[in-house]
Design a protein around this ligand. Structure first.
Ligand SMILES: N[C@@H](CCC(=O)N[C@@H](CS)C(=O)NCC(=O)O)C(=O)O
Length: 213
């Protein structure tokens, strides 16, 4: 069975839970609390030298890090990753945009302002930059989505899942989506697709084996 190391409140970990839930793929979830340094233990660093979650453990014991790489791996040959060469490249284009232009501002603001106690005081000097870069990313999304239901080819893909994870909780990082009607409509469309689960969802814990007598 797949094993996912993640943190419940982490948007990057949520991306992977959301895709696995939509696929109906069973997996075991291992909670790693990065706020308590559980991602920096020698054991965890052997699995992922970067010491970050999410981290996927495959049945053979190999590990795959980076949320968007995990999404692409899991989405292969499913409706969430197109086979067409250009459409596939467009999915990757939006996933690179998410990691380069969106997540570093929108996820970082939420992490420090909502999840880390005292984070607002620790990172005061970063807040203006997060706001400037985060709103710039939201404006790009707004322009793109004003004429399309989803990011690529009119259908939900891992590009939407990657961008949904942090956008739907952007307000927890002091952003407002009031001026972004197309983004808000897109969030609602993603939520209306089959198999949607919220960030608080986690799979049933694996049941202990009952010995056969
Ligand atoms: N680019 C990575 C970022 C992963 C990341 O930053 N994870 C955070 C939690 S959301 C983490 O593990 N932080 C702990 C640390 O960096 O020490 C991805 O998309 O998976």
């Amino acid at each position: 069975m797949l094993r996912l190391y993640g943190m419940q409140s982490s948007g990057n970990s949520y991306k992977v839970r959301l895709l696995l839930a939509r696929l109906g793929t069973p997996f075991q979830l291992v909670d790693v609390d990065v706020l308590r340094g559980e991602n920096r233990t020698p054991d965890f660093l052997i699995k992922n030298p970067e010491g970050r979650v999410p981290l996927l453990e495959l049945p053979g014991g190999r590990h795959l890090a980076e949320s968007n790489a995990i999404l692409v791996y899991l989405a292969e040959e499913t409706r969430f990753l197109p086979a067409d060469r250009l459409a596939r490249a467009e999915v990757l284009r939006w996933m690179f945009f998410e990691q380069h232009s969106h997540e570093p501002a929108i996820a970082a603001a939420r992490f420090w302002l909502k999840l880390v106690r005292g984070g607002r005081d620790l990172r005061t000097h970063d807040i203006d930059r997060w706001m400037e870069e985060g709103y710039a990313a939201l404006r790009v999304m707004e322009r793109h989505l004003a004429r399309r239901p989803f990011f690529v080819d009119g259908t939900l893909s891992v590009a939407d899942i990657a961008l949904y994870a942090h956008t739907h909780v952007a307000e927890e990082g002091d952003f407002t989506l009031d001026g972004f009607p197309a983004v808000r409509d897109w969030l609602a469309r993603v939520e209306a697709e089959p198999g949607h689960v919220g960030i608080d969802w986690h799979p049933e814990p694996a049941k202990p084996l009952v010995p056969i007598r």
